[in-house]
Design a binder for this molecule. Structure first.
Ligand code: TGC
Ligand code: FAD
Length: 389
C-alpha cells in the first residue's frame, strides 16, 4: 500500500522548498510547538500579549527577516518570511500580527522610505526586539478609505506638529515608536514618532473577543512636535502606506494556512477517537467530506502563497495578486476554523481546544489589512478596468 500522505500537506508542497527554507520552517515550527502552544490558550483567556516570547523571536531572526544583514537583520527571502508567518500563526494570529507589524509595517517603511540615519538608528534595535513599533494608518471614521485621512502634520519652522487620532492599532501600547501617516500640505507623509513624545497617548482597546493575545490600541496626537529628521523622506502620497500593506498582506496570505492546519490536525485526532453511534466520528461520510474539503482548501492556499512568494522573490509581485490570496486564504482558514469548532461539539466552545480561538482571531484577520470586500473589489477592478470604490 502506498505511504499515507501528510494530511496537512497533501501535495508535498514542502518538497518545493529549498533546504534553507525548510530549515526556517522547522526552526520556527519547533519554537511554536515548545514555547507557544503550551501557553497561548491561557494568554488568550487572560487577554495578555506574551511579551516574554519577544527576545526568542528576535534571537531566531524573525523580526525584519527579509531586510539586509548590514542592518542587523537575517536577509531571508520572501518564501522564508511567509513560512515564518505560517508557523507563528499555527500558534496564534496575535503572535503573527506582532511579527507582521514589526517587520512589514514598521521596519519595512524605515528601510524603504527612511534616511540612512533612520535605518541605522532603528533597524538593528528593532531586529533585536529592543525597540517595538506600531503602524498608525486607520482612523476612527473609516479604515477602508485611508485617502480620507484627518490626521494632519503641519510644518512649524524646522519641526512638524501632528494632530489627530488612529484606531485599532496593533502593538499600540507596547510600542516605543509609531509609524504615523498624516496629511500634509504636500500630501500624505510618514513620521517616526517616539511614543514618549509630549502630546502622544495610547489607549488599550478592551472587551475584544478576537486577537486577545495581541495588544490593540487607539492613538491620540495632541500637538505632537517632532523634528524634520523624524519624517520618512523618500515617499509621499498614499502609495507610502499602501506599499507597506503590500508587504504585510503578502505575509498574511501565509499565516492563516498555519491556523487552518492547526484546526484540521486537532479535529482529525478528535474525530478518530470520538465514538458515536458505535463508530469513530471520522467514519461518517458527512464528516469525511468536511475534512476532505478542508484539505482541498488548505492545499490550494499553500500553492497560492508559494507561487506568490516565488513571484515576490523574482520581483514580479503585483498588489492584485496579493489581494486575491489574502481574500482566498483568510476566508479558507476562517471557514475551516468555524467548521472544526462545530465538529468538536460542546468541547469546541472552550479554549481547551484551539479551533474557537483561531476562529475568533480570524474574524480580525479577515477585517484588517483590507477587508475581504476591499480585496474582492481590487480584483474586480483588475478584471474590468472599472474602479468600484
Ligand atoms: P489609489 O489612489 O489608486 O493609489 C494610490 C497610490 O498607491 C499605489 N498603490 C499601491 N502601492 C503598493 N501596494 C498596493 N497594494 C497599492 N495599491 C495602490 C497606487 O499605484 C498609487 O500610486 P501613485 O504613484 O499613482 O500615487 O488607491 P487605490 O484606489 O488603489 O486604493 C483604494 C483601496 C481601497 C484599495 C485602498 O485604500 C486600501 O487598500 N484600503 C484598505 C486600507 C487597509 O488595508 N488598511 C490596513 C491598515 S493596517 C492594518 O490593518 C494592520 S493589521 C496588522 C496586523 O496586526 O497584522
Ligand atoms: P470600515 O472601513 O468602516 O468598513 C466597514 C464595512 O464596510 C466593512 O465590512 C467593509 O468591507 C465595508 N466596505 C467598505 N467599503 C466598501 C465598499 N466600497 N463597498 C462595499 N462594502 C464596503 N490599522 C492600522 O492602521 N494599524 C494596525 O496595526 C491595525 N491593527 C488592527 C488590529 C485589529 C485587531 C483590527 C480589528 C484592526 C486593525 N487595524 C489596524 C484596522 C483595520 O485595518 C481596519 O479595521 C480595516 O481596514 C477596516 O476599517 P474599519 O474597521 O474602519 O471598517
Amino acid at each position: 500500500m502506498a505511504q499515507r500522505l501528510d494530511p496537512l500537506d497533501l501535495y508535498d508542497v514542502r518538497s518545493l522548498l529549498t533546504d534553507e527554507e525548510r530549515m526556517v520552517q522547522d526552526t520556527v515550527g519547533r519554537f511554536v510547538d515548545e514555547k507557544v502552544l503550551p501557553m497561548i490558550g491561557d494568554a488568550f483567556d487572560q487577554a495578555r500579549f506574551p511579551a516574554e516570547l519577544v527576545p526568542e523571536i528576535a534571537a531566531l531572526g524573525l523580526l525584519g527577516a527579509t531586510l539586509p544583514e548590514e542592518y542587523g537583520c537575517a536577509g531571508m527571502n520572501a518564501v522564508s518570511y511567509g513560512l515564518i508567518c505560517q508557523e507563528l500563526e499555527r500558534g496564534d494570529s496575535g503572535l503573527r500580527s506582532f511579527a507582521s507589524v514589526q517587520s512589514s509595517l514598521c521596519m519595512y517603511p524605515i528601510f524603504a522610505y527612511g534616511s540612512e540615519e533612520q535605518k541605522r538608528e532603528y533597524l538593528p534595535r528593532m531586529a533585536a526586539g529592543e525597540v517595538i513599533g506600531c503602524f498608525g494608518l486607520t482612523e476612527p471614521h473609516g479604515g477602508s478609505d485611508p485617502a480620507n485621512m484627518k490626521t494632519v502634520a503641519r510644518k512649524d519652522g524646522g519641526d512638524w506638529v501632528i494632530n489627530g487620532a488612529k484606531m485599532w492599532i496593533t502593538n499600540g501600547n507596547l510600542a516605543h515608536i509609531a509609524i504615523v501617516w498624516a496629511q500634509t500640505d504636500d500630501g500624505i507623509q510618514g513620521f517616526v514618532v517616539p511614543t514618549d513624545t509630549k502630546g502622544f497617548a495610547a489607549q488599550v482597546v478592551h472587551k475584544k473577543m478576537s486577537l486577545r493575545a495581541s495588544v490593540t490600541s487607539g492613538l491620540f496626537f495632541d500637538e505632537v512636535r517632532v523634528p524634520d529628521s523624524a519624517r520618512l523622506p523618500n515617499v509621499k502620497g498614499l502609495k507610502g502606506p499602501l506599499g507597506c500593506l503590500n508587504q504585510a498582506r503578502y505575509g498574511i496570505t501565509w499565516g492563516p494556512i498555519g491556523a487552518a492546519q492547526a484546526c484540521l490536525k486537532e479535529v482529525l485526532d478528535y474525530s478518530e477517537q470520538r465514538i458515536l453511534f458505535g463508530r469513530p466520528l471520522a467514519a461518517n461520510q458527512a464528516v469525511q467530506i468536511r475534512l476532505a474539503d478542508m484539505a482541498r482548501r488548505i492545499t490550494t492556499a499553500q500553492l497560492l502563497s508559494l507561487q506568490l512568494g516565488r513571484l515576490k522573490d523574482a520581483g514580479r509581485l503585483q498588489p492584485t495578486q496579493v489581494s486575491l490570496a489574502k481574500w482566498n486564504n483568510v476566508r479558507m482558514a476562517l471557514d475551516i476554523a468555524r467548521d472544526c469548532r462545530d465538529i468538536l461539539g460542546g468541547a469546541g466552545i472552550t479554549t481547551e481546544h484551539s479551533a474557537i480561538r483561531h476562529a475568533l482571531n480570524l474574524e480580525s484577520v479577515i477585517t484588517y489589512e483590507g477587508t475581504e470586500t476591499v480585496h474582492q473589489l481590487v480584483v474586480g477592478r483588475e478584471l474590468t478596468g472599472i474602479n468600484a470604490f
